[in-house]
Design a protein around this ligand. Structure first.
Ligand code: GDG
Length: 496
């Protein structure tokens, strides 16, 4: 392959399981691609435009086998997955082995050798797709747990590349991680990167301990010596495009919608909100239990409070998720059956995805945001709530088992397993004086607005650039010599 830079070679390549675009088929059968909104795309878009940027990933439907194309300034490189690949690599190994294992085995992980074989094969397919378009000396940034073998594969295929990896979910303690039959292969896979990013300091620590237990590499936090290379493993807590949430919340029609939502609920004194993918890591059952008991104990009345729960559909073909949906919906039905009146519903439950405008209106409508995750890499919902509350009001109840808790210390901390503690915290939140609510929210907002997703990506990429300078003599010339990661904030009239 030629390393001359031409239109098919890209300096900056992102590799993630899902592409940042969705395929839409119109009624007349015409197909098009639309950008799926998300913090990662928003953060990386300016870099993509500044450099020659490409994004390698799956299109979200089986057997999409089409050549790369350009979409709004980003080169899109689809990786095809057959129905069997989806079943084994994605729903199987990624979502039914790694996901439960990395989330403290809240649900039991399944270990199947055919799933592992598929995971290896598909990781290779992603790595091949990336090297086919990466220019000499390009920066390749691999995202998340579905692709942990890709860094090593890239390094073997193309030692000229600078390779970053970011893990969006927790990295578990060794006692749990060690259950994985392929634990050493995954560690070696990740160590192919120059920089490995985690959400929390604790995740980076768990990873380093796993490296020490499973290999002979020397670790000197944050460095790991892999032969003559030095790998950096450290925390880069992800964030959101904070200003855009505030901008949306400031729009009069969204504020009007927030009032309409409250009115539709019968204008209760208190609206509590939960927003989650319907996932067993999110502790939805725990929050329903606490709320149901408060109503049963008579400490709360359905006339005064409504819990709005958005549970967006997720991984619906994985058995554990089907069971979870049944359990949650049974509980919601019971609580509503026991406590709702003709005019007031205890739980307003929604198994839908909503547009972002509606989510922001919900954040504005909610007096209390409940985040009760049993384990969560970060939890962006907690940050979105704070960013949206430009009015300086609203209370965040936040599980200490989220990455977000490490930063948002002025939230009300809960241990979701402690149902009595959770119940007391809900009552304390309802009774909290306005001055305290506002003081806490001010602190949360400062944190979220200062540390947005642009800062996250620029700090990761700056570390990657720095890491690469150590090994520049190996590279021909100085391909990164003029590399500066400046990430613009999206335009808009936002003033913090
Ligand atoms: C993983 C890690 C980490 C949800 N329902 C709707 C909707 N959402 C949006 C939220 C938020 C995002 O989806 C969910 O992000 P979370 O961080 O809360 O959770 P995961 O999906 O599990 O994400 C997590 C994250 O990766 C990033 O690294 O924080 O720990 O598990 O943005 O608003 N958005 C819309 N409609 C919905 O119905 N529009």
């Amino acid at each position: 392959m030629s390393h001359e830079t031409d239109s098919s070679e890209y300096d900056f390549v992102v590799v993630s399981n899902r592409l940042p675009v969705d395929r839409i088929t119109d009624a007349d059968g015409t197909e098009s691609w639309t950008r799926s909104p998300g913090g990662l795309v928003t953060a990386l878009e300016p870099v993509m435009r500044q450099r020659e940027g490409a994004w390698v990933g799956w299109g979200g439907q089986p057997d999409i086998d089409i050549p790369p194309f350009d979409n709004e300034g980003i080169r899109i490189v689809p990786v095809p997955l057959s129905p069997a690949d989806i079943e084994n690599y994605y729903e199987g190994f990624s979502n039914d082995t790694l996901w439960p294992l990395y989330h403290d085995v809240i649900s039991a992980p399944s270990f199947h050798r055919v799933w592992w074989d598929s995971y290896v094969a598909i990781n290779k397919r992603f790595a091949d797709a990336a090297v086919a378009i990466a220019a000499h000396g390009a920066v390749v940034w691999v995202q998340d747990y579905q692709l942990q073998l890709v860094p090593k594969m890239l390094r073997e295929l193309r030692p000229d590349l600078t390779i970053g990896f970011f893990n969006h979910i927790p990295f578990p303690p060794y006692g749990i991680y060690s259950q994985l039959p392929w634990r050493t292969q995954i560690i070696e896979g990740l160590l192919g990167a120059d920089v490995i990013g985690f959400q929390r300091v604790a995740d980076a620590g768990n990873f380093s301990r796993a490296v020490r237990r499973l290999t002979n590499y020397v670790t000197k936090n944050p460095l790991i010596e892999v032969g003559n290379r030095k790998v950096i493993a450290k925390a880069f807590p992800i964030s959101i495009d904070s200003a855009s949430y505030e901008e949306l919340a400031r729009q009069p029609h969204i504020q009007a919608r927030a009032r309409e939502i409250r009115a539709g609920l019968g204008n209760p004194k208190t609206v509590m909100l939960g927003v989650d993918r319907l996932d067993y890591t999110k502790g939805i059952g725990h929050r329903l239990k606490a709320f149901g008991e408060l109503l049963a104990d008579g400490r709360l009345s359905v006339e005064d409070i409504t819990l709005v729960q958005v549970a967006s559909p997720s991984r619906e073909r994985v058995t554990a998720y089907m069971q979870l949906r049944d359990e949650i919906e049974l509980t919601v039905g019971r609580i509503n059956g026991d406590f709702s009146t003709m005019s007031h519903t205890a739980i307003s439950y929604h198994h839908h995805g909503y547009p972002r405008d509606e989510m922001v209106a919900l954040y504005l409508a909610a007096d209390i945001m409940l985040v009760t995750a049993l384990r969560d890499g970060m939890n962006l919902v907690a940050k979105e709530y704070a960013a949206a509350r430009f009015d300086g009001d609203g209370i965040l109840i936040l599980s200490e088992f989220t990455g977000a808790w490490d930063e948002l210390k002025k939230a009300m901390r809960i241990n979701p397993h402690d149902i009595d503690g959770l119940k007391d915290t809900i009552l304390e939140a309802i009774a909290m004086p306005k001055s305290e609510r506002r003081a806490r929210m001010r602190s949360l907002r400062r944190r979220v607005l200062e540390n947005d997703v642009a800062k996250w990506s620029s700090s990761f990429l700056a570390t990657l650039t720095e890491a690469t300078r150590h090994r520049l003599p190996e590279l021909e010339g100085d391909p990164l010599g003029d590399l500066e990661w400046t990430i613009e904030r999206p335009a808009g009239g936002f003033t913090p």
